[in-house]
Design a binder for this molecule. Structure first.
Ligand code: AMP
Ligand code: GLY
Length: 424
């Protein structure tokens, strides 16, 4: 297969690393990629959101499968663009079409979908500028903390959790009337706060069959003890110790199966990964959000645990034969710890040279925000790289990830020292 992978983060490096191990891979291109993806294929300087440029590349390079890493191109309809184009319609896209990607692209769409199919989730109301007063009244009837969510994509920043009513009303107005998140907050979902511990689950589906991938837990806050600002994710572990077989069965029966069946009965064809952002409330799973792609940094622990050929699975998705494909997982524990630029998730500097990458022997270093500068590798983003390790248990895996990060250096590097500690 000749593959084009879209994206440039740690998730994409992990996917490229895995695809490069496949016996059916002929050529791998990554657009735009990073200094890590270059080790497994050819980076091409195309933005994933420029569909016309993607088309030219696909046609000129005889690409026969496109794998989409991030949500933006999916929510903006890259799969539909391919289907509608005479030259591209036979090139399968791993990732849902625009309608199916609304599970992530619109919180209101996702909430209505869950209501319709009896999938457990927090109670909610959806409001617009014209129903701001009703929104205030809705807030008044709720107990704090108040959860406000911009309906559309807001680069992971669209969710506010507020302790007091006055502040919640002010923010609701900011979002609806003053376009705090632009168009994304022209509708706002107000949700009941759920108190529990979060985990992420993943499936890959061809629209009929599905395979459940290992679950993971990510660490979103910048500071130890889950304090401070939200980030794209500071580390992840898989499996998740509290997700015992009984709990995983509940997820399968109450969340995964109703989602797959619900999509089908709504006439929505979903091809690709579904990410279930879940919360465990008194041993019952609730859906916090859907994403139409793999998680980052969850991919950096989930995909290394996949023993089967990932291209065999992608071929199954592309040809509606996923049910015939075999999927095996590594029973060992995996951990990943993100090394980030000082200052992230606020302002940070780029272009710092990274040292010590070759000294790492016990972990896989997945690049996220990196670039090549001649033979040197430099920082090019907030989240710079992730050290993924295996162990007979989580503790062993984490020890290796931390030992590896001690060998890597760049100016103002930072990482959390407590990834996984809450579940050990
Ligand atoms: P989302 O973008 O919907 O995943 O929300 C971002 C984060 O906000 C989640 O990962 C949770 O930590 C938190 N969150 C979202 N919705 C709720 C809720 N209903 N109750 C408690 N926390 C929530
Ligand atoms: N780690 C959370 C996400 O990818 O959205």
């Amino acid at each position: 297969m000749r593959i084009l992978l879209l994206g440039s983060g740690g998730r994409e490096h992990a996917l490229a690393w895995k695809m490069a191990q496949s016996s059916i891979l002929e050529a791998l291109f990554i657009a735009p990629g990073n200094a890590g993806t270059k080790m497994h294929g050819t980076n091409v300087n195309i933005s994933a959101s420029n569909f016309d440029e993607v088309k030219t590349f696909v046609v000129e390079n005889n690409i026969n499968l496109v794998v989409v890493g991030p949500e933006d191109p999916l929510v903006n309809g890259i799969a539909d663009y391919f289907e509608a184009d005479e030259q591209l319609k036979d090139v399968p896209v791993i990732g849902p079409n625009k309608e199916a990607a609304q599970l992530e692209g619109s919180k209101d769409f996702a909430k209505k979908f869950m209501d319709r199919h009896n999938i457990p989730t927090a109670k909610y109301g959806t409001f617009t500028k014209d129903t701001l007063k009703e929104g205030y009244a809705f807030l008044e009837k709720m107990n704090p903390p108040f959860v406000l969510k911009a309906d559309g994509l807001a680069a992971g920043k669209g969710v506010l959790i507020l302790d007091n009513l006055k502040e919640a009303k002010k923010e609701l107005k900011n979002m609806l009337a003053d376009a705090k998140f632009g168009d994304a907050s022209s509708q706002v979902v107000i949700e009941q706060f759920l108190d529990g511990i979060e985990l992420s689950c993943f499936v890959i589906t061809d629209g009929d069959a599905y395979k459940i991938l290992p679950e993971a837990k990510d660490y979103k806050r910048i500071g130890e003890g889950d304090k401070g600002l939200n980030t794209g994710g500071m580390g992840a572990v898989s499996p998740v110790p509290f997700a015992n077989p009984t709990f995983l069965d509940k997820i399968k029966n109450q969340v995964i199966i109703p989602t797959i069946k619900g999509l089908k009965s709504d006439g929505i064809t979903y091809k690709g990964f579904i990410f279930f952002g879940l919360i465990n409330v008194k041993n019952e799973p609730y859906v916090i959000e859907y994403n139409c792609r793999m998680g980052d940094p969850e991919t950096e622990v989930v995909i290394p645990r996949l023993k089967s050929d990932i291209l065999d699975l992608f071929e199954g998705v592309a040809t509606n034969t996923l049910s015939e494909r075999d999927v095996q997982f590594d029973e060992r524990s995996a951990s990943t710890v993100m090394m980030v630029s000082g200052g992230y998730p606020e302002a940070y500097e780029k272009g710092k040279q990274i040292f010590g990458l070759n000294a790492v022997t016990e972990s896989i270093v997945f690049h996220a925000g990196t670039a090549s500068d001649g033979p040197a590798v430099t920082t090019a983003g907030g989240r710079v790289l992730a050290a993924t390790s295996f162990g007979k248990d989580l503790e062993t895996a984490l020890k290796k990830s931390y030992a590896s990060l001690e060998k890597i250096e760049f100016e103002k590097a930072f990482y959390r020292k407590d990834i996984g500690h809450d579940v050990l």
